[in-house]
Design a protein around this ligand. Sequence first.
Ligand SMILES: Cc1cc2nc3c(=O)[nH]c(=O)nc-3n(C[C@H](O)[C@H](O)[C@H](O)COP(=O)(O)OP(=O)(O)OC[C@H]3O[C@@H](n4cnc5c(N)ncnc54)[C@H](O)[C@@H]3O)c2cc1C
Length: 499
Amino acid sequence: MDHFPTSRRIALKQLVSLSAVGALGMLRSGNGQAAAGGTPAAIIPGFGGQITARSDASYESLRQALVWHRSKPQRYPDLIVQVRSEAEVAAVVRHAAQNKLKIAIRSGGHNPTGASMRDGGICLDLSALTDIKVDKQRQIASVQTGVRAIQLVARLAEDDLTFPTAHCMTVGMGGFLLGGGIGWNHAYRSGMATLNIEGAELVLADGSRVVANAKENPDLYWAVRGGGPGLFAAVTRFHLQAYPLPKAIRVSSYILPLDKLSTMTSTLDKLSPGKDPRLEILALLMHNPEAPPDAPPEQSKICFLTAFAFGYSAEESRAMLAPLAQSPIASDALVKAEDQPYTLMQLFPKFFSTETPGGYMGRYAAESAITDEPGKILHDMADHFRTARSPICHVIASYGLNLKPHADACYSSIARHYVGCFAIWDDEKEDEIYYRWLEKATTHMDPWAKGHYVNEVDGQRHPERIRLCYSPESWQRLQVLRQKYDPQGVFHSYLAPPA
Ligand SMILES: Cc1cc2nc3c(=O)[nH]c(=O)nc-3n(C[C@H](O)[C@H](O)[C@H](O)COP(=O)(O)OP(=O)(O)OC[C@H]3O[C@@H](n4cnc5c(N)ncnc54)[C@H](O)[C@@H]3O)c2cc1C
């Protein structure tokens, strides 16, 4: 089965998207303070990188390039500041505090709402901070915030190690880790990726540089582990727990007609409580890529289930996949590809390339539910999902978030599973149609949601959802710490509706 053509074409497209990321480096290459265009730029003591002001010729193309998808926010920072070192981060923050400029931070630019793009003040772009150091003995990776998922996985593989990065290769480690991070094989790797942060290096609102770990500044350590796109500090480096690289990953995929959804959900409900945490299951509602182009939307939707077995031997992985192969999912499947061998590096382009719904760079909006009832959401959503005109819209359920207790993280384990709904389309003229489509989708998710995922909520349309990403105690403590560490509000908080 080859639902999404894996070929040199994909590899080339992927390279193209990575080089688009690299092209930012060229925009960054100046050594002065002002971008070409001649605006009198602010002089920031201790900073020699690139500053681009609103009136500079390159401003708009740079502003747009900083947001990964094509729904570029209509928000305009006064200055885009691209740092080259951790010391420069401190210099910029100090300057902002002294001059009453607000700061929004960008690492990989993948936040669905473009949270790093705010009106006025500074957009502090940390994407050039891409250093990775690995202590193989201790299995600790020291990672700057601009590192992308694939860069970390590739570097760690050299030492036979790995980390539960985002599933899409270009997602930045900064936003992903701070918001929680549902990574590859997350259930076996402490649950959310943020719980693998052993320590962090931060710049506080007064420009001071501090470390945070279980012993030093434990309240900051708590906030870094889940604080999300509204943290009151800039993280420059994470110290991450890495893991031995699974050498025998095997994958089984099944396509079922959408009217067999109950086969998929009831099987998963039965299998999931006892399933091995090394088996990661993603269940999608999506468009059938093999449907004729003129097929009406309501006749071209499918269920797509993929199970990734992260074993250390083929036998182990096969044993994890066997219950699915013997289940009604396999017997009802229209198409199946079972027990396929992969390396972790091969999973990125195969399942989350720019040619798949999960990595498609279109116009973009997302909402999420953290729930104990993913099956009920998928069922309640199914009829509405059939109406999605864009073939890229999809709903994705990730089973098993692993609810280990963790007192030293503000990430709140609200429920056991995740469901995300993604409206992705191409034509700007259809923006309102798809925002309305997503809005209606939330009415099918919310009754079953115990909370939301802070990396995938729209705080502008639904500010109340941000608070619901946290337990009441964690939310309250975050507010207290914000007041303590950033009383003047140097750092932007979570995205909210315009005042
Ligand atoms: C194609 C795609 C695939 C995805 N796949 C996954 C997935 O598999 N699992 C998952 O959990 N999520 C996934 N996400 C969601 C992703 O985790 C979030 O979008 C995350 O915010 C991206 O991080 P970033 O650094 O790229 O984004 P950015 O937009 O650069 O950052 C988001 C926000 O985080 C804060 N921030 C970032 N860096 C710092 C820092 N150093 N210090 C302080 N604050 C900072 C800022 O407030 C910033 O606005 C995916 C998103 C996309 C678009």
